[in-house]
Design a binder for this molecule. Structure first.
Ligand SMILES: Cc1ncc(COP(=O)(O)O)c(C=O)c1O
Length: 354
């Protein structure tokens, strides 16, 4: 039996290995110069004035929600997202409200955002599903969930603040990690305090020149900052982001060509600006298709079971989301995917009888 084809796989070269090894040998593993260097490089990459490095996108979203003052109000988001988007709002003292999605982009439908807006609405969190970015059409504060969108054109430019994920299978992967970008200097300063227990000076800052032990604690913050091992890996991955995303785009074009006559499979529209975090197609009889693929050793997944299906959240119906999610299926896609991997996915998928 041949090896199982995974859905995702991080790409590692000697650059990542030596970047982490250098930090291991440096004697400074905590948040320090590499974290600062990664923040500067990432901010430059997405065209933001400030970047604040944290230990996940979940943390980034929670801190952004706290700093934007969502407590006691509602925040509108799509239900077709990972739980973190909604949990971050709840942990920040707000209530998630779900808006429906656009059936093509699978991103939030801004007309439904307008319908769901009330005097209690504090912000909107659009999720750039699979790397697709839409223009944010609202006067409300926008917190972009850019977990899938590292390298997508326009990501991080639509709102007051953007939250990024470097989790193990994301386009820029560090195992776990996240970033918050913003052009607002005051917000960035608050986010820096909130990520590190409310403390106003980092240990590295205090260590420069002479050891300064004193600091002020201004608000009840969290322990959610990045460390230099993660940041070194992030810097190495950032250098390779374009090359890795180009490899994804190549495979997407090949998938689209290979499946163009497969009538029972609905393909996504090709957008050159997408990071293509996910290659998501639509198949009637999706669950049978997933079983068919996995039993042949080819991974296939679903992103996501919508949050309005879980009793923890608001379970009100969302006509497009409720219909579309039953058909969506994610096929394998990762930068180091080989021609043989792709051929096997295509051949296995085409052997499905709908
Ligand atoms: C859309 C979305 N938002 C947020 C997150 C949370 O990211 P992290 O794992 O970095 O906390 C994820 C992770 O998969 C995600 O897919």
């Amino acid at each position: 039996m041949s090896e199982i084809i995974p859905l995702f796989r991080p790409s590692c070269t000697d650059a990542e290995i030596s970047a982490v090894t250098d930090v291991l040998r440096s004697g400074w593993w905590g948040m320090g110069p590499k974290t600062a260097e990664f923040e500067v490089a990432f901010a430059a990459r997405v065209g933001a004035r400030h970047a604040v490095a944290v230990n996940s996108c979940t943390a980034a979203l929670q801190l952004a929600c706290e700093a934007m003052g969502v407590a006691g109000g509602t925040v509108i988001m799509p239900a077709l997202t990972f739980a973190s988007t909604a949990l971050a709002v709840m942990h920040a003292g707000g209530l998630p409200v779900f808006a429906d999605i656009d059936p093509v982009s699978l991103c939030v439908d801004w007309r439904d955002v307008a319908r769901k807006t009330t005097v209690h609405t504090r912000a909107v969190i659009p999720v750039w599903y699979g790397g697709m970015v839409t223009g944010a059409a609202t006067a409300l504060p926008v917190i972009e969930d850019c977990a899938h969108a590292c390298g997508s054109v326009g990501a991080g430019e639509q709102g007051q603040v953007a939250c990024w994920s470097f989790q193990a299978v994301k386009n820029l992967a560090t195992g776990d990690g996240g970033m918050i970008t913003t052009n607002d200097g005051e917000l960035a300063a608050k986010l820096r305090r909130l990520r590190w227990c409310g403390i106003d000076r980092s240990t590295w800052d205090r260590d420069q020149g002479r050891y300064g032990w004193e600091y002020d604690i201004r608000e009840p913050g969290h322990k959610m900052h990045m460390n230099d091992l993660t940041a070194a890996l992030g810097l190495a991955q950032l250098e390779r982001l374009d090359e890795m995303n180009e490899a994804r785009r190549l495979r997407v074009r090949q998938y689209l060509e290979a499946f163009k006559d497969t009538a029972w499979m609905q393909l996504p529209a090709y957008w050159e600006g997408s990071s293509w975090h996910l290659f998501c197609v639509r198949v009637a009889g999706r669950d049978r298709f997933v079983s068919h693929m996995t039993s042949a050793g080819v991974s296939a997944g679903v992103h996501y079971k919508p949050l309005n299906t879980y009793p923890l959240f608001d379970t009100s119906p969302l006509p497009v989301t409720d219909r579309v999610w039953r058909e969506i299926v994610t096929l394998p896609l990762y930068p180091d995917m080989t021609d043989a991997d792709l051929a096997r996915v295509v051949e296995t998928a085409k052997a499905f009888r709908p």
